[in-house]
Write a protein that binds this ligand. Structure first.
Ligand SMILES: Cc1ncc(C[n+]2csc(CCOP(=O)(O)OP(=O)(O)O)c2C)c(N)n1
Ligand code: SF4
Ligand SMILES: [Mg+2]
Length: 351
């Protein structure tokens, strides 16, 4: 497709955020994905979340692997740092970047093929190491870019576009993330922006490994009857645990709900997410109950969405490793190269 530059014109009365930026400042290049692809809706939810949080675009780093999903960072946050890595390798590149510069906001974008097949090990280790990031999988159950083969998240018994039945067991990435120690786990649907935008905002404010599995139908290869990742299927089987309001310290939401229906959860920056509980006894602080709930929903063919688990007191990789507060690129030479005496001391301690 020929690249068409977007006009730079902004309407004078366009909405702006605390930085004086409009949503146009969070856009990227024009998408070349199939019209109607779920992934484009996720891009737009990411732009909305970053705009509403007033994140400076140049303080965000977006990283991805290979796939239609991994192409999407080109289509949002055009003024942010970006690195389109190798298939399945986004997590290790993101981990390295985060170790070198902890001051950026890290956004990892991946696909179900990218994270549940070739990159499964990388996904697992970045989560268990508590890398401070938002890790989004745009999950369509197929390898969209290579023409629709089943991916490892395709449900047993689901049918391909050509009518072939998937015989293998699916990998539930949200359940895996819970098991691996992620401190923020959510699932959403690309067709539900009201749920997805506050989830992304909360994940961006979370300090630790935040994982969001977003069911994102591939309209070219996996949106037919017999698919469990189609728009119709997800709409019909969406079992939402909660809905969220994101409340910043500056602009509290005044809406009151009857006692017992809401739960306020504190975020790292002092803001709050207010959960409106739809599953009355669900407790987002109980990791084991969350795993059981996911299993139960899966057994009954439902897609559990919403904030599944969150640890309010999470600590990230840097606090575990007690690394220096200052990013490597901001350290003076003396700190980076401590000299022969210090090196001899380190070597001696290892003998
Ligand atoms: C090392 C390597 N192996 C295989 C491929 C071929 N390949 C490209 S994208 C892809 C799968 C993409 O699926 P997914 O991550 O689910 O992204 P989607 O296109 O569905 O969004 C594969 C197998 C590759 N590019 N590199
Ligand atoms: S092939 Fe599927 S995943 Fe890729 S852009 Fe088209 S609809 Fe989206
Ligand atoms: Mg896919």
């Amino acid at each position: 497709m020929t690249y068409l530059a977007k006009p730079k014109f902004k309407h004078p009365s366009i909405e702006t955020n605390d930085l004086g930026l409009s949503h146009r400042d969070y856009e990227g290049a024009i998408s070349t994905l199939c019209a109607g692809c779920g992934h484009d809706s996720i891009s737009s939810a990411i732009m909305r979340a970053c705009f509403e949080l007033s994140l400076p675009p140049h303080r965000i780093a977006k990283l991805s692997g290979i796939g239609c999903s991994s192409k999407t960072p080109t289509y949002f946050l055009g003024q942010s740092h970006g690195f389109n890595s190798v298939h399945g390798r986004m997590p290790s590149v993101l981990t390295g970047a985060n170790l070198a510069n902890r001051d950026l906001v890290y956004l990892g974008v991946s696909g179900d093929g990218d994270s549940a097949s070739i990159g499964f090990g990388q996904f697992a280790h970045s989560i268990r190491r508590a890398v401070n990031m938002v890790y989004i999988v745009e999950n369509n159950g197929v390898y969209g870019l290579t023409k629709g083969q089943f991916s490892a998240t395709a449900d047993t018994g689901s049918k391909s576009k050509k009518g072939v039945t998937n015989l293998d067991s699916p990998i539930d990435l949200a359940a895996m993330a819970l098991q691996l120690g992620a401190t923020f786990v959510a699932r959403s649907f690309s067709g539900d922006k009201d749920q997805l935008v506050p989830l992304i905002k909360a994940a961006l404010e979370h300090e630790g490994a935040a994982f969001i599995d977003v069911i994102s139908p591939c309209i070219a290869f996996n949106n037919h009857e017999g698919s469990t990742k189609s728009f119709d299927y997800v709409r019909a089987h969406n079992d939402a645990l909660n809905t969220l309001d994101f409340i910043t310290t500056k602009a509290p939401i005044a809406v009151e709900y009857p006692e017992g229906e809401t739960q306020d959860v504190r975020l790292h920056d002092g803001s709050t997410i207010r959960l409106r509980k739809l599953a009355s006894h669900y407790d987002i602080a109980d990791r084991h109950a969350a795993m059981a709930y996911l299993h139960q929903a899966d057994t009954s063919g439902e897609v559990a969405t919403g904030l599944i688990y969150m640890d309010e007191d999470a600590a990230d990789m840097h606090s575990r490793l007690k690394t220096a507060k200052r990013p490597l690129n901001a350290m003076p030479d003396e700190a980076l190269v401590p000299g022969a005496v210090a090196l001899a001391k380190i070597n001696a301690s290892l003998r």
